[in-house]
Design a protein around this ligand. Structure first.
Ligand code: PGA
Length: 243
């Protein structure tokens, strides 16, 4: 399976950053799928700048309904209209900052799929949960309750304690968790579960990408901080070809 390297810009980036970044990522090697998820305000311009390339654009969240009186929210159809093909849902920052639970994430995923977007559903344990030996249980439960029936999107395993910290799980822990996720997807969706890409996310950098991406059942990376610099993002894309 081709690897997917997805950049999550979070609440960073300005209009002035788009042209240079887009020109750089257009030089990315073939053989790896690339996706940039900028803030909403940059989506349309970013999509236009990357129109002649194979680099896709995604949102970082969407509402669970198609339209309505929801101040500050954005619908999946609006993301599509701006040029998005994907949407990140259930990122731990949204689960923590906006109280999004599994049921909310599942409803958003249903809305995204109905609108034609590919959802990237984030799961991952906190440090306390890992220390308590609960990591796999927590992640299996998130999969069970966040993924709608017939799910054919992407899952991103992001240990909460690895996000933005420079810390990553051991190779053994990533391997074990990705195997557990694959098994969980099989139990939930049967044969279709084997087609779901499982990304690793949390402090992926040019220096550790090749190792992480070469691990079994790692189908790509969800990259935060290192996706803001085109050079680093491209280096991770290169690493995916070796992974
Ligand atoms: P990070 O973020 O790469 O900066 O750790 C990853 C993410 O939150 O998706």
């Amino acid at each position: 399976m081709r690897q997917l390297i997805a950049g999550n810009w979070k609440m960073f980036g300005k209009l002035a950053d788009i042209a240079g970044f887009a020109a750089a990522v257009k030089t990315a090697p073939a053989g790896v799928d690339l996706l940039i998820c900028p803030p909403f305000t940059l989506l349309e311009r970013f999509a236009a700048a990357l129109a002649a390339s194979s680099v896709a654009i995604g949102g970082q969240d969407c509402h669970a309904t198609a339209q309505g009186p929801h101040t500050g929210d954005i619908s999946a159809a609006m993301l599509m209209e701006a040029g998005a093909t994907h949407v990140i849902l259930g990122h731990s920052e949204r689960r923590a900052d906006h109280g999004e639970n599994n049921a909310v994430v599942r409803a958003k995923a249903e809305a995204a799929i109905a609108a034609g977007l590919i959802p990237i559903i984030c799961v991952g344990e906190t440090e306390a949960e890992r220390e308590a030996g609960e990591a796999e249980h927590v992640v299996r439960s998130q999969l069970l309750h966040s993924l709608p029936s017939g799910f054919a999107g992407v899952v991103a395993y992001e240990p909460v304690w690895a996000i933005g910290t420079g810390r990553t799980p051991t190779e053994e822990d990533v391997t074990a968790m990705h195997a557990a996720i694959r098994a969980g997807l099989g139990a939930q969706f049967g044969a279709a579960g084997s087609a779901v890409r499982i990304l690793y996310g949390g402090s992926v950098k040019p220096g550790n990408a090749a190792t992480l991406l070469a691990l079994p059942e790692v189908g790509g990376a969800l990259v935060g901080g290192a996706s803001l610099q085109a050079e680093d993002f491209l280096a991770i894309a290169q690493a995916a070809l070796r992974g």
